[in-house]
Design a protein around this ligand. Structure first.
Ligand code: NAD
Length: 348
């Protein structure tokens, strides 16, 4: 296995491999860039097919966090850690403490947050041996409402730009894919502002609830991306914009909370070529990390007024991205990447 020539290596500052013989911990911490602050990002426990897949995840996800925090205007860099193993069968408090010691060894250059396969109790266990952890039971809240509000503001920015209207989203047709923690709250907020909802979820109960509560029209999960609406809001899976779906979209806007919505970067250009305005996922879904940044782990008081004011900036950042994309005739995801790089790469 190589690191420096790995396809996902992007000049990462640290890529550290940790092993603890007693607990069997095998983990990787990747810190992509700390120009704006410590690398903050999730700790993921996953049963990877092999070490290369784990390294790839750590490299890719830590890089993504640098871009996300930079455009969210946070004093954070990008980091991510992965524990190799099955979270359902291999996780023990001892393993979590071993991971905590591994995090501690980076002396604050990396701050771990909850991610796939981890719970608040796991973060508590890590916090027994390191202070460089966030999302413990002392500090954590539920980030989903903040994420949903950020997505709402992003949709508003996209509607203003695409349809040249500044009177809100009353009457705008939105197809929400995924009615989980974020998607359902987003649906509520959209409904409150007069949007007309079309919803899809593999969980039939959530769909029925949205239909009963918001008058939403249920849509087949296989067809929701092609719904005849103004906005398609992916709030479930990654890679929903791919070679197959991109030509089937009828919405003029794609804006939702899901991570990694584009199967590949080139699908951003495909969307542009087809006249679809894409709100880059890591910009519009930054509400969760914005909330964390205002919490006690980072010296904040979790003041809702301040958090919501910060979330409103997602609207402004996206408006700037849309304008630049128009004037440069470039894809919005490419413009977002460049704007982030302008912030986190020190001027030569
Ligand atoms: P969640 O697990 O609560 O909800 C996901 C929903 O999608 C579930 O209701 C699930 O049944 C549904 N779903 C799964 N497969 C589906 C399919 N094929 N078609 C339609 N629906 C399907 O997750 P969440 O916290 O609401 O997050 C949603 C997305 O937003 C994820 O991609 C997540 O990574 C991203 N995100 C979430 C946050 C946050 O604060 N929770 C922050 C940033 C990004």
């Amino acid at each position: 296995m190589t690191v420096f020539s790995a396809p996902d290596f992007d000049g990462h500052e640290h890529v550290v491999f940790g092993h603890d013989a007693e607990t069997g911990l095998r983990a990787i911490i990747a810190v992509h860039n700390t120009h704006l602050g410590p690398g903050v990002g999730g700790c993921r426990m996953w049963d990877y097919a092999d070490d290369v897949a784990a390294l790839r995840d750590a490299l890719r996800l830590s890089q993504g966090m640098t871009y996300k925090s930079a455009l969210a205007g946070l004093p954070f860099g990008g980091g991510k850690s992965v524990i190799l193993g099955d979270a359902r069968t291999e996780k023990t408090p001892e393993l979590m403490r071993a991971m905590g010691r591994f995090v501690e060894s980076l002396k604050g250059r990396y701050i771990a947050a909850e991610d796939v396969g981890m719970t608040v109790a796991d973060m508590d266990e890590m916090a027994k041996v390191t202070t460089h952890v966030t999302g413990t039971s002392k500090t954590s809240g539920n980030p989903s409402p903040y994420t949903a509000y950020g997505v709402l503001r992003g949709i508003e920015a996209a509607v203003e730009h695409r349809f040249q209207r500044n009177d809100g989203i009353d009457g705008i047709q939105v197809a929400v894919q995924g009615l989980g923690s974020v998607g359902f709250d987003l649906a509520r907020r959209l409904h409150e502002r007069g949007a007309v909802l079309h919803v899809a979820d593999i969980n039939v109960e959530a769909v029925t609830r949205a239909a009963d509560t918001f008058g939403a029209t249920p849509v087949n999960t296989h067809e929701v991306h092609a719904a005849d609406v103004d906005v398609f809001a992916p709030c479930a899976l990654g890679a929903v914009i791919n070679d197959q779906t991109v030509g089937e979209l009828r919405a003029r806007i794609v804006a939702g909370s899901a991570n990694n919505q584009l199967a590949e970067d080139r699908h951003g250009s495909e969307l542009m070529a087809r006249g679809v305005l894409y709100a880059p996922d890591y910009v519009i879904n930054a509400g969760g990390i914005i909330e964390i940044a205002h919490g006690p782990d980072f010296g904040g008081d979790h003041d809702d007024a301040r958090i919501y004011a910060h979330l409103d900036r997602i609207h402004d950042t996206l408006s700037e991205i849309f304008q630049r994309a128009d004037s440069e005739q470039a894809a919005t995801n490419a413009v977002a990447d460049r704007m982030a790089e302008e912030r986190f790469r020190p001027a030569a």
